[in-house]
Design a binder for this molecule. Structure first.
Ligand code: SAM
Length: 223
């Protein structure tokens, strides 16, 4: 009986550890956000395992089902669509449930977009704040940004391409047009890092409409 929390790639399928592959080959069942998505990874590595879905809207029912299997002595791997389960992804509730029922849990660490972006950004990494996705509505987003004014360090957000320009506008207004880094399509063919003030990046992404997956990093370290 063991719940394995397994990190998978965020783009390049080679970014997976030997332990992750070994674990995915050895478990009885893989619980994943999207079975079709995970199947691509498994097929790439010739792994054939039963898959079951575990996502935000079925997590309480599915959690009980998975707990039942674990208690019968089965081993389950938890993966997400990309990166590390629980990081802006479902996962936390199953891990908590396992602990509550004395099911052993272990982690197979690996890639996550926030650390990959921070590493590549060249921004100070000795202190950072990860905010996940900003609120989708302008009022909530601006309020969150205002609350960060007093912070020190590098602030990291995940953002979708269709909200990028609005978010850059709010960052410009609320944080006095700070310098930031936009990291796009990390580990993939069109990986790109753009640096500049929010206003410069707005001009860039107005001319080159944003496509793909994005991480925003703002340097709030005082010089
Ligand atoms: N669990 C994942 C992790 O460990 O990073 C994050 C999942 S979250 C639902 C998805 C968001 O992560 C995307 O909208 C994007 O902001 C960021 N992301 C994931 N993969 C990325 C990549 N290859 N390049 C840039 N950002 C990425």
């Amino acid at each position: 009986m063991m719940l394995y929390v397994v990190s998978t790639p965020i783009g390049n399928l080679k970014d997976i550890t030997l332990r992750a592959l070994q674990t995915l080959k050895s478990v009885d069942l893989i619980a994943t956000e999207d079975t079709r998505h995970t199947k691509i990874l498994l097929d790439h590595y010739g792994i054939q395992k039963p898959l079951t879905s575990f996502f935000d809207h079925n997590q309480s029912l599915k959690g009980q089902y998975l707990l039942g299997l674990l208690k019968e002595g089965k081993s389950v791997a938890l993966v997400s669509d990309a990166g590390t389960p629980g990081i802006s992804d479902p996962g936390y509730s199953l891990i908590q449930l396992a602990y509550d029922h004395h099911v052993p849990v272990t982690v197979i660490p690996g890639v996550t977009a926030l650390i990959t972006a921070l590493t590549l950004s060249g921004l100070p990494a000795h202190r950072f704040i990860f905010e996940g996705f900003l609120p989708p509505k302008t009022v909530g987003r601006r309020k969150k940004l205002q609350s960060l004014k007093q912070e020190e360090g590098t602030v990291i957000f995940y953002e979708s391409p269709h909200r990028l320009l609005k978010t850059l506008e709010d960052i410009k207004q609320e944080l006095s047009d700070p310098c930031l880094v936009v990291a796009r399509e990390l580990t993939k063919k069109f990986e790109e890092v753009k640096k500049g003030r929010a206003s410069d990046l707005m001009a860039h992404f107005s001319a080159h409409p944003p496509k793909g997956e994005f991480v925003l990093l703002i340097n709030l370290t005082s010089e």
